[in-house]
Design a protein around this ligand. Structure first.
Ligand code: SAH
Ligand code: SF4
Ligand code: F3S
Length: 480
């Protein structure tokens, strides 16, 4: 493969930039030129996705584009003509997994030089990472960023037909690109982006740099998508945004997340979820809408990060522990039978034992149904990366274990409430381990494995719980 001028590299300095401009909506950016049409005919693609729902949904868009070009999906990484890794940069270990995988692909590329190896997603937005990959992993043919997905046909043309190494990563704040094709992985559950990017700049987090400025899609674009999903028979949608409940602030309309959520609920779709709300953007109107509409699932993910005020301040989270606790109590009192999950980081630079204790105290107060817990990971270019940290990794690992034990205890406590009770499950399909066992989720987001007859993916059925475990429930379908 020749080196060429198709190089637009990321810059974290430009990625940090924010203006007050309202983002442009681009409806005509995605085009397949005549010379590019059908370049995927007879070829296969394989996509592996890392990271959050936004990234998984991006992979569905990338798949849609590839299929428009004629490619067919393959589950066989060895045989696929195009291998794409859609990556995540949230923590060092997420990146290490990807680098390991790219390393493994070297042999495949050597055996078949016509194979295209591509990388997209948040790692592609990191300046140092792209330089590292270009110098150490020559097997990678194509790198494109989170703002460049629409241009994939052209980029692929360069890489595949011109045999040129191609890198296109914009770091600009970002527009909103509509009218991209999408090939959804699931036929009864769908993700719907309502906003992109993040302006919160938590001091530890890379997302504001990799995803750009916070920008909301237009109300009608979202509602049209929701209505057509309903018409296609989808049973559940999850509204997505890095700060899903600050929806609309950038549009400066008198219309916010609570209004959108209400309109989405009024479409009558069976199940509605949203990810991820930011605590200080959770207003009373949104709580009321959640409480009022039975098709908004009683399951709220409310990231805590830390229960200590000094750490929350250093994290640049815009709430203190008292405000978080008041919000939590309000949600719990107003929304019937609601499950709560959270995200917690242990070992933020110089987190003291007392600070960690405050986190444990908050967990004791909220008694979460489940939590995603992480050891702080230094991200180059973020403000926290500059703090000199005096806490031993061993201490951090111990804290994580203590925290996880507590989380498991409360998870089990909540699940025991379901013993011998009936719960409604949206069926995902037969379980991976046993074809006679089905799996699905109840309104509170609990994983339920159950037995039954004549059950189809996408059914919503009643299941009696026969055994409650810490992180899942076993049961039997109730036959009418
Ligand atoms: N926008 C969402 C999700 C962000 S990423 C939110 O604000 O909640 C998901 C989780 O990863 C975060 O909630 C945080 O707990 C964790 N995370 C982010 N950056 C991290 C870092 N540098 N080290 C460890 N965990 C991190
Ligand atoms: Fe990251 Fe904070 Fe934005 Fe969430 S709100 S994506 S943690 S910067
Ligand atoms: Fe990872 Fe990017 Fe999502 S860093 S968590 S894939 S926004």
């Amino acid at each position: 493969m020749k080196n060429n001028t198709n190089f637009i590299l990321p810059s974290q300095t430009s990625a940090r930039k924010r203006t007050k401009n309202i983002s442009a909506i681009e409806r005509d950016l995605f085009v397949i030129d005549d010379k590019i049409k059908g370049i995927g005919n007879g070829r296969t693609y394989f996509v592996r996705t890392y990271g959050c729902q936004a990234n998984f949904h991006d992979s569905e868009t990338i798949s849609g584009i590839l299929e428009d070009l004629g490619y067919t999906k393959s589950d066989d990484i060895e045989k696929a003509d195009l291998i794409l890794l859609n990556t995540c940069a949230i923590r060092r270990n997420a990146e290490e997994k990807v680098l390991g995988e790219i390393g493994n692909l070297k042999k495949l590329k050597r055996n078949d030089p016509d194979k295209i190896i591509a990388m997209s997603g948040c790692m592609a937005q990191e300046e140092e990472m792209v330089t590292h990959i270009l110098s150490k992993y020559p097997q990678v043919d194509l790198i494109f960023g989170t703002h460049n997905i629409y241009n994939l046909p052209k980029l692929l043309y360069h890489a595949l037909l011109n045999k040129e190494k191609t890198v296109e990563v914009y770091s600009k704040e970002g527009d909103i690109v509509e009218a991209l094709p999408v090939k959804r992985d699931n036929h009864h559950k769908a993700w719907v982006n309502i906003s992109y990017g993040c302006d919160k700049f938590c001091s530890y987090c890379i997302v504001p740099y990799t995803r750009g400025k916070e920008r909301s899609r237009h109300i009608e674009d979202i509602l049209d998508e929701v209505r057509s999903l309903k018409d296609e028979g989808y049973k559940e949608i999850t509204l997505l945004g890095q700060n899903v409940n600050s929806y609309g602030l950038d549009l400066r309309l008198d219309y916010g997340f609570s209004d959108l959520l209400r309109e989405v609920a009024e479409t009558g779709l069976d199940r509605i979820r949203f990810m991820t709300p930011y605590p200080s953007n959770f207003d009373d109107e949104t709580i009321d809408v959640c409480a009022r509409y039975k098709n908004i699932m009683p399951s709220i993910h409310l990231p805590l990060q830390s229960g200590n005020d000094e750490i929350l301040f250093k994290m640049n989270r815009r709430y203190n522990s008292e405000e978080y606790r008041i919000l939590f109590d309000k949600l719990k009192n107003k929304i019937d039978d609601c499950a709560f999950t959270t995200d917690i980081i242990v070992g933020f630079p110089n987190e003291s034992d007392e600070a960690f204790d405050d986190t444990l105290k908050m967990v004791d107060h909220c008694k979460y149904d489940n939590a995603y817990t992480f050891i702080y990971s230094k991200r180059e270019g973020t403000p926290a990366a500059k703090i000199e940290d005096h806490i031993d990794m061993k201490v951090k690992e111990e804290r994580l274990q203590i925290l996880n034990a507590k989380i498991a205890e409360y998870a089990n406590m909540h699940n025991q409430k379901y013993q011998d009770q009936t719960t409604e499950v949206l069926v995902d399909g037969p379980s991976k381990k046993d074809k006679d066992v089905f799996a699905g989720y109840n309104p509170q987001g609990k994983l339920v494995n159950f037995t039954g007859h004549d059950i189809k993916e996408g059914d919503i059925i009643k299941v009696k719980i026969t055994k409650a475990k810490s992180f899942s429930l076993d049961g039997e379908a109730i036959e009418d």
